[in-house]
Design a protein around this ligand. Sequence first.
Ligand code: FES
Length: 101
Amino acid sequence: MAELVALATIHDIPEGTGYVAEVKGKSIALFNVDGTIYAIDNTCIHRGGPLGEGDLEGEVVTCPWHGWEYNVKTGISVNNPSAKVATYPVIVEGETIKVEV
Ligand code: FES
């Protein structure tokens, strides 16, 4: 069952950057796009690259391994719209970032 889990604080993820957190056996990538936090699976569906370590440009992150790009709001691959990573609801309470996992 999904539950809200505290994964980071707003200080961990400055605007325009990503962050990786492990929870419940999953690796989750968090991104700060203009002050709003988004959460997607950290694992690129190409060959498993760590999306949370990729460069964030606007709302698009580039996988650091071979350059696949994903929209962090939708999880959908920019290059191949039929490919998608999971997205997770995010709630910010005070300075704490919680994700429904
Ligand atoms: S593993 Fe992400 S682009 Fe290849």
